[in-house]
Ligand binder design. Structure first.
Ligand SMILES: Cc1cc2nc3c(=O)[nH]c(=O)nc-3n(C[C@H](O)[C@H](O)[C@H](O)COP(=O)(O)O)c2cc1C
Length: 461
């Protein structure tokens, strides 16, 4: 397998990046091809967004490029808030230059006036690496006219949701707006609902404009220069027809050595857990794997699922951002569902009452069941709320709660029955939500304060 996204040794200067044979040549190739043909190349490569949704990157670029609006923006999503995911930080540590080159190419291709990169303010090391890389690009003349603004955002999960990300860049809290970034972009002017009587105010350009905005994940953009320089056939020689290329996977939880690693798309899930996380602990076997907190759980019998968009889809789940949280046979799946549900419930912003109230109620019922106090009414209440939690929701978080909790109920009914019958948890566990603050040398560091975070986003301690 060819590793190209995560070099063995970190790339620490623009010159080193140029020495790889790709650095600087990606931008040159884009200028030579022109914007339209650059987008065509990215479309033909089959690159899909690595932020979780897997949307075809070329199609996204073409949509913004073809919009007649006067002003456009590119936003790079480096918020990396999905539990069990560390790949964007690993990429920025290993080679921030390929991300900067990718954003320069994307901005050129869609005709963006300005670029914003959103990272959590707590990602100090990555902000520093990226800031230096942008500076070096500018000094080298590889991005003389581009304005790149690096914005440090809050630790909340919703900061990474693209509609909330734009709010944060505009200086507001991470509360998702209604419309997607290609319809209501950065600094777009109102009215947004179309019924206000007041005349439209001038936008950043002085004229009313929706300012269509392209949002792409860090890893998505990290692929771009490689594709333009090495070619579509090279990229398509890796991965699968529907999901070409490699993916940077994170493996945490009940494994020997949690880590981040680049794997070819299509590699079976069990092999990824072995290759990246060094496999389950001695004497243990994998019971369940979650891809972040956003998708249905996969069970031991599904470890041959190819790590690809279509492989996970066919298995009834979704690959997400390829951050795999592994539970072994000693784990309690009611506890897992409770903790992951609590995460989503706390992180729900509360703009959509069924999401905040429903995920809170589901979490409380799961807590009762886990502790042994639960009964069939609790199970019924969870099912009831799962049917309503997504009502009127403006973002995908409520759906995450719905599909994740439902999948655990379906995959592990006997564990729920055991808790009701025994009035106790048969496998007490304290495994935390893997909200990663660091991942290096086989050691995952989780946010220890997280358990004390309250539904109003304050901390109890
Ligand atoms: C609750 C929630 C949290 C998200 N967090 C992130 C994140 O931390 N990083 C990210 O790149 N995308 C995140 N996304 C996905 C983004 O909304 C968006 O789809 C992505 O940045 C698009 O980039 P891509 O096409 O390159 O994948 C999140 C989505 C949701 C619903």
């Amino acid at each position: 397998m060819t590793s190209f996204l995560l070099p063995e040794e970190p790339i620490t200067s623009f010159d080193e990046w140029v020495d790889t044979g790709v650095g600087g040549r990606g931008v040159e190739a884009a200028r030579r091809l022109g914007a339209e043909a650059t987008i065509e190349e990215i479309s033909r490569s089959g690159l899909r967004g690595r932020g979780g949704g897997g949307f075809p990157t070329g199609r996204k670029w073409a949509g913004i490029a073809g919009d007649p609006s006067a002003r456009k923006y590119l936003v790079v999503n480096g918020a990396e808030g999905e539990p069990g995911t560390f790949k964007d930080r690993a990429l920025l540590r290993a080679n921030p230059y390929q991300v900067v080159e990718g954003l320069v190419i994307a901005a050129f291709a869609i005709g963006a006036d300005e670029v914003y990169v959103g990272l959590k303010a707590s990602f100090e090391r990555e902000i520093e690496a990226l800031t230096r890389a942008v500076q070096e690009f500018q000094n080298a003349g590889a991005c003389t006219t581009c304005t790149v603004n690096i914005v440090g955002g809050p630790d909340e999960y919703l900061f990474g949701e693209e509609k909330a990300l734009l709010e944060v860049i505009e200086g507001k809290p991470p509360l998702p707006r209604w419309f997607p970034p290609y319809e209501q972009g950065l600094f777009a002017v109102g009215p947004q609902e179309g019924w206000e009587a007041a005349p439209r105010a001038g936008g950043a350009s002085g004229t009313p404009s929706p300012n269509p905005t392209l949002v792409n994940n860090v890893e998505t953009l990290a692929n771009v220069a490689h594709i333009l320089v090495r070619g579509v056939d090279w990229f398509r020689s890796m991965g699968t027809d529907e999901s070409p290329g490699n993916i940077v996977a994170t493996v945490v939880g009940d494994v020997v050595a949690p880590d981040v690693g680049e794997v070819e798309i299509g590699t079976p899930l069990g092999a990824v857990i072995d290759a990246v996380g060094s496999g389950p602990l001695p004497g243990r076997s994998v019971k369940a794997v979650f891809s972040g907190v956003a998708n249905p759980v996969l069970t031991a019998s599904q470890l041959d699922t190819p790590v690809s968009y279509e492989g996970f889809r066919d298995a009834g789940s979704s690959m997400g951002a390829a951050g795999f949280i592994v539970y072994d046979d000693s784990a309690c799946m009611v506890a897992a569902a409770h903790r992951l549900s609590r995460f989503l419930s706390v992180e729900s912003c509360g703009q959509c009452p069924p999401c905040k109230l429903g995920s809170g109620a589901i979490t409380a019922r799961l807590e009762r069941i886990e502790s042994g106090e639960g009964d069939v009414d609790d199970i019924a209440a969870v099912h009831g709320w799962l049917g309503r939690v997504t009502d009127g929701s403006r973002c995908y978080l409520a759906t995450e709660e719905q599909v994740m909790v439902n999948s655990v109920l379906v995959a592990f009914p006997e564990e729920f029955a055991e808790h009701l019958d025994q009035h106790a948890c048969p496998r007490p566990s304290t495994s935390p939500v893997p909200k990663l603050v660091d991942l290096a040398d086989g050691v995952a560091t989780y946010d220890e304060r997280y358990w004390s975070k309250q539904p109003d986003w304050t901390y109890a301690d």
